[in-house]
Write a protein that binds this ligand. Structure first.
Ligand SMILES: [Zn+2]
Length: 233
């Protein structure tokens, strides 16, 4: 039958392990939300590119319509010019035609620029779509892995709590009373290992008599921080 100091080491290990599982479980929703946000950003970027392509298409059609209408107007002016009754009317029409032609040239330039932009965006679309598709698959996998991990944590925690209860039952008498009281007050901070001759919680050195008592597996408190001590190795 091991002495209190040996049992305390196992109790500390189990309590820390349970705490660790609880922390990991608490962090899970935030981790999932981070992954979800990443996916949403990628989906949004892809959607924006699609929207931009739609807008470009509509603008190109608008400008093409405008060019067509202006060209029809130019034809009309040219016909009127042929039938012009005087020099002043002729010159006015000529100026109008020049202005409309400049308008057409400007719009045609803009159309070419937008078509180049459309082509460039279209070329990148399959790659962007593949990225979104992969991001969706990655997220689904993350979610599945996390659910499995959480289920394992639940099992592990239940098993560890059983082990803790069983180990606590082997702590008897005064040691058990003090343990219950200290753990109720401080949780896992009620225990500390001793490495070499140093309390690993407060870094105070214990006396050689204390070390000797720990070697004999006796119940002992750190004189500085009040934690229940055990030998690390
Ligand atoms: Zn200490």
């Amino acid at each position: 039958m091991p002495g209190p100091a040996v049992i305390l080491k196992e109790l500390h290990r189990l309590r820390r392990h349970i705490k660790d599982l609880e922390v990991k479980t608490e962090q899970a929703p935030k981790q999932l939300a981070t992954q979800q946000k990443k996916l949403a950003n990628q989906e949004e970027a892809f959607k924006q590119t699609q929207e931009q392509l739609k807008t470009l298409g509509a603008e190109i059609r608008d400008k093409e319509g405008s060019v067509k209408a202006t060209q029809a107007q130019i034809k009309k002016y040219e016909k009127q010019m042929d039938e012009a009754g005087n020099r002043k009317e002729y010159d006015t029409l000529k100026a109008e035609i020049a202005s409309e032609k400049a308008h057409v040239a400007k719009h045609e330039d803009e159309i070419l620029t937008m078509m180049a932009e459309t082509e460039e965006k279209n070329a990148k679309l399959p790659e962007a779509e593949a990225i979104v598709k992969k991001a969706r698959a990655d997220f689904a996998q993350f979610e599945k892995d996390q659910q499995e991990r959480l289920a394992r944590f639940v099992e592990d925690k239940a098993r560890s709590q059983e082990e803790l209860k069983a180990a606590e039952a082997t702590l008897e008498g005064d040691a058990r009373l003090k343990y219950d009281r200290l753990v109720a007050a401080k949780g896992i901070e009620a225990l500390a290992g001793v490495t070499g001759r140093t309390c690993s919680a407060c870094y105070t050195e214990i006396t050689s008599q204390m070390l000797n008592e720990l070697k004999h597996e006796m119940f002992l408190l750190c004189k500085n921080c009040g934690r229940m001590l055990y030998l690390e190795s």
